[in-house]
Write a protein that binds this ligand. Sequence first.
Ligand code: HEM
Length: 344
Amino acid sequence: FKDDFFRDETFFQDFTYKNSPAAVKRFPFPFPEDDYMYSVNMEPHTSGRPGSVFEHMFDVDEHYVAEMRDRARVLADDPLRCQSLPHMTLAGWDLLELIMESFARDYPQWFSLSKEGDRWHWINRPLGIDQSFTFMDESTLPCGPFEYITRQAQGDFTLQDQREDNLWIEAGMVTSQADWSLDFDIGMSFHEWHAPVPLAGKMGIFDRALKFLLALQHGAPVRRFNWTMTVDPLLDTSPENYHKWGPSKTTMTPETIGKRQHLRVELQTLIRLPRSNAIVFPIRCYLISFEDLVRQPKWARRLHRVIKTLPDELATYKGFIRNRELMIDYLSKFDDGAPTSPGW
Ligand code: HEM
């Protein structure tokens, strides 16, 4: 089978991660307007244009193998990045089934799944995995179903149990997060884990989002974007390791910003699971350097305007207030003042 993965790229230390021209072209640029404010920005997660990141339920791209290696590295260092409370095992099986069936259907050149009753046979060619197991029998897998499958799927994953008209974050595989901690948040309810976010609570966004999610139906997933900024293509921007990556923000210069500053976009989906009635929240992270981003003139113009007009509270929360002026200076060179049209 054809193997186009960047197998050796790294997301730490020497940072050899890069996007191919095709990946730059399909980058999920998240701004439909010249300014940005939080909103209940959810839409049906339906299949999109062929080649886009929305084409399939889960996007597997050129970074797959290297991202999975980075996840294994982070977990070896800190096993608490993957946790699942005992009552979430059924949701873990739901997710394993969803990912295996989606991958085998959408990427048959890389993955296959065959079933004889409860006896399942899973092949993951890019990662060299060939596993026979009994569905719903944990003792037949090398680890729990949630950890097993999320070690083979790009992006972070959290599982939310639904009870008392609320959602409770009670399992997670979190190694590529935008500065939040699973170990801190696990067991919290929807408003509790969102408490650090500025402005949105007062705007009623979390009340409306929760109400919407409680009624989410099986078979009708939704998606939304979130975004932030990251210096160097580092996936693991965790509070646990802030002492390692936080100081890099102070080393940015006008000469290095194009290469080192990355727009970090999260494609987040919300999917109701069939047996457990839990909601899975895959958070898929895409990184693009400013240098690559400005190759699309309409993106460069728009990002300049978004960063320039963003409320200070958001730039502070997202952790880039210190470098905001540097970013604006760099991006302004690519903004000719032309009007932009709504959409991407
Ligand atoms: C931020 C989790 C759904 C809107 C966050 C944070 C977490 C989180 C952990 C970071 C908070 C911190 O600073 O510690 C989740 C989970 C969800 C979920 C597990 C699944 C049920 C949603 C939905 C919305 C939303 C449906 C829709 C409006 C936001 C916003 C932020 C945020 C606006 C701030 C992001 C930023 O500015 O970078 N979420 N969230 N979340 N969440 Fe959610």
